[in-house]
Design a protein around this ligand. Structure first.
Ligand SMILES: [Zn+2]
Ligand SMILES: [Zn+2]
Ligand SMILES: [Zn+2]
Length: 254
């Protein structure tokens, strides 16, 4: 299984429009963060996306991603959802409907806001051809066990996911005890880390490090970062088992 970090930026992305701070002006490519999303490529080549942010098209071109077999949605904020129309390209290549997975609220939101994408395959491929699938319990996709991980994002109940020994938890303010139990014995954890200062709907660096210490994945990568976190400077504040993610980082065997 291979993991590709498509984007590790917060909702504004980095550089931020109109900002000339050191991170936004940095020539280090690891400070260039598109909106938050990752791809998991299973041993059989099946590719599972986590979220479809507004940068999906550029991410797919950059990473040579030409196949998407399913999408796991964490929640429906614009920075995680609004690339949904770009799934059309994969439907056209594959001539197949792509199943979307998420909790009840997420699936309801997508069917209400993007009703034209929920359609059965036919001879018309000028629109995305997608299906909605509500999940709350572990399920199987292409031979891989997928476990939805309920977390709090401010007042919202959203999902993280565990796929094998990899887990993805973004946009989180609290990970409930029952969900921490689902995150034992991980090789890789990708974890929200918005910025240094506290935030009502996201954990900050200090809280991310606390959760990383509790969960004890063999390696934790921080994601969904604002321009406050300059790659080299912020990396120096981390313990050995925690690193900053960056766009284009690939983990695991190809
Ligand atoms: Zn977000
Ligand atoms: Zn900036
Ligand atoms: Zn969010």
């Amino acid at each position: 299984m291979q993991l590709i970090m498509l984007g590790v930026g917060s909702s504004a992305g980095t550089p931020v429009v109109g900002c000339d701070c050191a991170t936004c002006r940095s020539p280090d490519a690891r400070n260039n963060r598109t909106r938050c999303s990752s791809a998991i490529v299973l041993p059989g080549g099946e590719t599972i996306l986590i979220d479809t942010g507004p940068d999906l098209r550029q991410q797919a071109l950059r990473e040579g991603l030409n196949r998407v077999d399913a999408v796991l949605y964490t929640h429906t904020h614009a920075d995680h959802l609004h690339g949904i129309d770009d799934l059309r390209a994969f439907c056209q290549i594959q001539r197949r409907q792509i199943p979307l997975y998420g909790n009840h609220e997420t699936m309801l939101h997508i069917s209400n806001k993007f009703p034209y994408v929920i359609r059965e395959p036919g001879s018309f491929w000028e629109l995305p051809v997608l299906s909605i699938n509500r999940v709350s319990e572990p399920f199987e996709l292409f031979g891989a066990k997928i476990t939805p991980i309920p977390v709090k994002h401010g007042n919202s109940d959203i999902l993280g996911y565990r796929i094998g020994n990899f887990a993805y938890i973004t946009d989180v303010s609290v990970i409930p005890e029952s969900s921490l139990d689902l995150l034992q014995d991980l090789d890789v954890l990708m974890l929200d880390c918005l910025r240094f200062e506290p935030h009502p709907t996201h954990i900050n660096l200090e809280q991310s490090l606390d959760y990383a210490g509790l969960i004890k994945a063999r390696q934790t990568y921080l994601i969904h970062m604002t321009h406050e976190l300059e790659f080299v400077e912020a990396s120096q504040r981390l313990p050995p088992m925690v690193r900053l993610g960056y766009d284009g980082l690939r983990l695991g065997s190809s």
